[in-house]
Structure formats: structure tokens, C-alpha cells
Design a protein around this ligand. Structure first.
Ligand SMILES: [Zn+2]
Length: 139
């Protein structure tokens, strides 16, 4: 006997865009600024020794972490690097990975797919909308 599969109604692109625009409409100013212009990073902790496991045989003599903090929205970013000291080569710091810790409500709703949507265009529009609203109020 064939079992009836549960129908999942696909969300249209227009509906998804509308949902994102709605979220942006209520986003704090600092979050909108960072989504529009990217984060303004400042060093919080510089190159702390972290002793990460790195695959052997790569001349990694040390692993370090640099913690950055966005001065606009407070997002924290931890970058991990491997110090590579190879004979006959200049020493270098190779980036291994980055981890972000966002302030509450910075990220879009969990599960909200932004694939195929030009979120940056919606962000810029929301910035324009607020500028126009502020201009209207002050005149
Ligand atoms: Zn930021």
C-alpha cells in the first residue's frame, strides 16, 4: 500500500524576499550598518598561543588565535593561524579557520534560506528607506 507523503509547500522567492525585508525593517541600526558595509574589526586579543592539533609534517611550530571584535555591532571573530617555519622559506602565518559569535538577533531566523536572494540589495534599500524617513521627519 502506498503511503501518502507529507506535502511540503515550497516558499516562493518573492515570499522569502518579503520575509527578509520584514526582518531588516526591524533590525537595529548597528546591525543594518554591518550588513551594509561589513564589520569594523578591532583587535581584542592578539595572537594567543592555542596549541591546536594540525596535520603532521607541515612545519607548524605553533598555532595562535587572534580575537577581533566589531566596534559597531559587537560580533566577535576568532581567527586561528598556524605558524609555519620551514627551512629555506620565510616564516608565515597561515589562516586555518574563523569562528564568529554574533550578538542576539543579528542572524536571520534559523532556517531562513537566503540562497538565490540578493540580500545586500534589500539591506541597501532598507538603509535608504530609513534615511528618507529621517529626512521627512526633520523637515
Ligand atoms: Zn558589526
Amino acid at each position: 500500500m502506498a503511503t501518502k507523503k507529507k506535502q511540503v509547500r515550497p516558499i516562493t522567492k518573492a515570499a522569502a524576499e518579503e520575509a527578509i525585508a520584514g526582518t531588516l525593517h526591524n533590525l537595529p541600526e548597528s546591525f543594518l550598518t554591518c550588513r551594509d558595509l561589513r564589520h569594523s574589526w578591532r583587535v581584542q586579543d592578539n595572537f594567543l598561543d592555542v596549541g591546536m592539533q594540525v596535520e603532521p609534517g607541515r612545519h607548524v611550530t605553533k598555532t595562535v588565535q587572534r580575537r577581533l571584535r566589531c566596534i559597531t555591532c559587537g560580533t566577535m571573530r576568532d581567527d586561528y593561524y598556524a605558524l609555519i617555519e620551514k627551512p629555506n622559506f620565510a616564516p608565515r602565518l597561515e589562516k586555518l579557520s574563523s569562528q564568529y559569535k554574533y550578538p542576539k538577533d543579528y542572524q536571520m531566523r534559523p532556517g531562513a534560506s537566503t540562497r538565490d536572494i540578493a540580500v545586500s540589495q534589500l539591506v541597501r534599500y532598507e538603509t535608504l528607506r530609513r534615511v528618507l524617513a529621517a529626512t521627512k521627519k526633520s523637515s
